[in-house]
Design a protein around this ligand. Sequence first.
Ligand code: FAD
Ligand code: NDP
Length: 503
Amino acid sequence: MAAAGAPAEGASAYEYDLVVIGGGSGGLACAKEAAKLGKKVCLLDYVVPSPAGTSWGLGGTCVNVGCIPKKLMHNAGLLGEGFSDARGYGWKLPEKIEMNWEDLVMGVQNHIGSLNWGYRVALREASVKYLNAKGSFVDAHTVEAVERNGTKHTLTAERVVIAVGGRPKYLGVPGDKELCITSDDIFSRATPPGKTLVVGASYIALECAGFLRALGYEVAVMARSIFLRGFDQEIAELIGKDMERRGVRMIKPAVPTAFERDGEQIKCTFKNLDFGVEMSESFDTVLLAVGRDACTFDLGLEKVGVTYDKSSGKIPVTAEQTNVPSIYAIGDVLESRQELTPVAIKAGIRLARRLYAGATLQMDYDAVPTTVFTPLEYGCVGYSEEAATVKYGADNIEVYVSYLKPLEWTMNHEEHNGEPVRADNSVFVKLITNTADNERVVGAHYLGPNAGEIIQGVAVAVKANATKADFDDCIGIHPTVAEEFTILEVTKRSGKSALKKGC
Ligand code: FAD
Ligand code: NDP
């Protein structure tokens, strides 16, 4: 029997060649590429408001509540730190420099608004039909789309791409959904966050804690275990120490057990995991950053037989194809793949080219570079020291390390709480090589300013299978911190000091 909405025998096609559910990084890229290749495409995007009531426009997580507002607020924090440097360079600045949260939020949201508009225009120019509607499967070739006002559309397509991304998890403890916010809410928050508790210890938690502190707020991070699981732990610990030095209080190891109103504040009761004792403290804002679930639970996946993880919502795929041949998935919904914008975009574009242009190039999820935008940024590509040790064996890896202080920081002689604002040797470079394979570089790590800009270039070399000799053969650009990658000499094995004195 033909599936509901399938074309009658002899008819040429479904209504669409492709329906994409989700208008974020991956969905937009895939839909536009397929349309560019001459296909008839419909894209659905729909934002369910957060428990705190926040909603946003077309573009998905990255544009509205992720990379873009995060990087802008991070930059606001860096600019604030820069005032301290500026004084050392002779700039005469007023003693009291103030941050206006409302102005910052307005600037960020205005920029996001222009991006939302730009995406709508881009879809129209690419001849992609856009519906601001929530999609779910009727069968393997049919999607029902429901607009906010209840208007329903039934769309048939030869293929469907799931690109619905993820949303923040809550803790499931009393008061969390009623009183706490998440990254979905912080970037458009109308009033200054004040004294803030950030729960979690990974990318989102540390980045948000970092920029809120740099903007001048009192910030505590509550971590149940290690910082930045999966990352090089030597560097994760350096980040934790650096954030403490900047005044972020670490409550660790601890987990919240309940939240309740305390006048204008939120009282967090939490359990110290070392001693099992319960304590409490009140905050103006509590931001939960304890991971994300894929938005696949109400897509009707069971109905069409798409396999997915019932706990995380993640979908396993082979070359972005699910177990149902007409249904594909890209981006944050994928099981065991990085949750990063460029990953979702590249997977979407490559999938469209394979489906519609005869291309064969697969998405390569190996050696994906990334940067954690903490106040001292951390960029990396390839294996952490721990992962390289497991993969190649401790005897087969060489770990080159160097600490340094950027030249730009040397003019700042200010102190904060008795410590230099710009400490010596607080920037760190680590290169990991496989000695059993001609000292091929299998991991590159950098903790310091402009980490994303620096690691992006290094990642091209690592992706191209560069060896330590290739790095050494490359002439550095002076005076930069990036040149350190071309002059690394001290190995951990040598036991020599990796600290720098002077230029
Ligand atoms: P999304 O961008 O989440 O898009 C999915 C879209 O589908 C959303 O608009 C959603 O509302 C919609 N949708 C969901 N269900 C339905 C449905 N049933 N019907 C219709 N539409 C639906 N990555 C980086 O690379 N660099 C960063 O610096 C970075 N910073 C981040 C900071 C934060 C705070 C967060 C939360 C994420 C960050 N990320 C970053 C991750 C990045 O945002 C995601 O990896 C990326 O957005 C994933 O793209 P996607 O297309 O899979 O999903
Ligand atoms: P992660 O899943 O990476 O980390 C979740 C954090 O929350 C961990 O520290 C975890 O601790 C903690 N946690 C989980 N459950 C609980 C609980 N019940 N109680 C207390 N703590 C808990 O999620 P994120 O939300 O930080 O990030 C999601 C993804 O978004 C990232 O993987 C990344 O790909 C992407 N992203 C990218 C950014 C970038 O490129 N700069 C920035 C931000 C996000 P534990 O380690 O003990 O499990």
